[in-house]
Design a protein around this ligand. Structure first.
Ligand code: T4K
Length: 357
């Protein structure tokens, strides 16, 4: 079976050497030594400061919204994972969907500007497939409207231009879930621009406790544990191998997929994470035929993202994002992970050709 992704498991002896340290210290969680070491190494690797490791990417989004005291209308994208919208609603705010650009699949700044014509509490937008949004335009819009801006960079680990993409906006969040290029089993992170807000976030994920154990704010338990940090350290030791593998697989797709299949227009000036291989078909019926052909061969691509989040009834705020509603019906993410063999990628390309040619 070939799934859309396959989590990387680092060398067992390497992981064990980190786990031995946990067994030696008996410190299993609560800001332990491995967590502190991983935080420092990730800050260096990503080129950021004020990075806070947490339990998962979803709680990172919820914390970001809470830290920035975002209420009321939140301008957001309909083309993302459900966590992006549900975090807004969970915080008691109201998602207002701005449609996406038909070429990048990221939120369209002109649509965001339209959403900001009425008073808004903030913006939460996604770097879809790790492809940076039009960050310059969005940063400007947030500044002009004087609202906080959160980037859901769950899929954008390691993406950088002149600097890390995570340095845009007030807060960027990462998912470090098992299916991501770099993972800690479950996990997430916030990168917080403001120092005072970062200190508040450190307290917030630990029940609101200050250094002396006094309760300084309403907190929650959002901590990452030492086993997860051990996995992160072992993963980081192998990140170059993972990235090279993803790049190899992606380039085989690029050379061998039908030219008629559209790919997102990637933001020039930024590195590519190669974590996802989305392809856009001319119609949903072609997509369904390709999917069925791949399933016959036990190959399971995924329809990331679907549905368009502005159409989800339980979110209670249906929108009318025509571009997103069209794209979700035609986009398919092909299997993409470092351990995929050249021959397997070529087989997938051949099966797609057999339907589209
Ligand atoms: N914002 C965005 C833009 C996101 O993409 C995500 C997460 C979030 C926020 C929230 O972050 P977290 O709270 O999750 O940290 C997967 C991931 O679970 C999810 O983290 C990720 N985005 C999303 C894009 O993909 P599903 O529902 O597709 O997961 P699942 O279990 O169907 O896994 C996909 C395939 O991976 C499976 O078909 C088989 C393979 N797999 C998966 C797991 C977990 C394995 O082989 N082994 C495994 O252990 O969401």
């Amino acid at each position: 079976m070939i799934y859309v992704t396959r989590p990387h498991l680092p060398d067992r002896a390497r992981l064990d050497s980190y786990l031995d340290r946990v067994y030696g210290s008996n410190q299993l969680t609560n800001n332990g030594p491995l967590l502190r070491e991983l935080t420092e190494r990730l800050e260096n690797y990503l080129g950021v400061t004020n990075l806070l490791l947490v339990a998962n990417g979803t709680i990172a989004l919820q914390l970001a919204l809470r830290l920035l005291k975002i209420e009321g209308r939140v301008i957001t994208t309909p083309f993302s994972f459900p966590a992006t919208t549900s975090a807004i609603i969970w915080q008691g705010a109201q998602p207002v969907f701005a449609d996406i650009d038909a070429e990048t699949f990221n939120v369209d700044p002109a649509e965001v500007a339209a959403g900001l014509e009425e008073p808004a509490g903030g913006m939460l937008v996604t770097h879809v497939y790790g492809n940076p949004c039009d960050v310059d335009a969005l940063d400007q819009l947030a500044k002009k409207a004087n609202v906080p801006l959160i980037y859901d960079a769950a899929q954008a680990f390691g993406v950088r231009g002149a600097t890390s993409v995570l340095l845009h906006g007030d807060i960027s969040i990462l998912s470090l879930h098992a299916t991501k290029i770099f993972h800690t089993l479950e996990g997430g992170a916030l990168v917080i621009r403001d120092d005072a807000l970062f200190e508040e976030a450190e307290r917030m994920i630990n029940f609101g406790f200050g250094d002396g154990g006094e309760i300084l704010g309403v907190g929650i338990n959002g901590k990452m544990n030492e086993f997860e940090a051990a996995m992160g350290l072992a993963m980081l030791d192998e990140i170059q191998y993972i990235q090279e593998g993803l790049k190899r697989v992606y380039s085989i797709y690029e050379e061998n997929l039908p030219e008629s299949l559209l790919r997102p227009r990637w933001h020039s000036g930024y590195s590519r994470s190669h974590s996802y291989c989305p392809v856009l078909f001319d119609s949903e019926s072609t997509l369904l035929r390709v999917q069925a052909r791949l399933h016959e061969h036990e190959i399971y691509p995924r329809r990331y993202f679907r549905p368009s989040l502005d159409t989800v009834d339980v979110y209670g705020h249906p929108g009318n994002c025509e571009v997103s509603q069209d794209i979700v019906n035609r986009i398919l993410c092909l299997p993409q992970y470092a351990a995929l063999e050249d021959q397997q990628v070529l087989e997938i390309c051949g099966l797609i050709h057999s339907v589209t040619d």
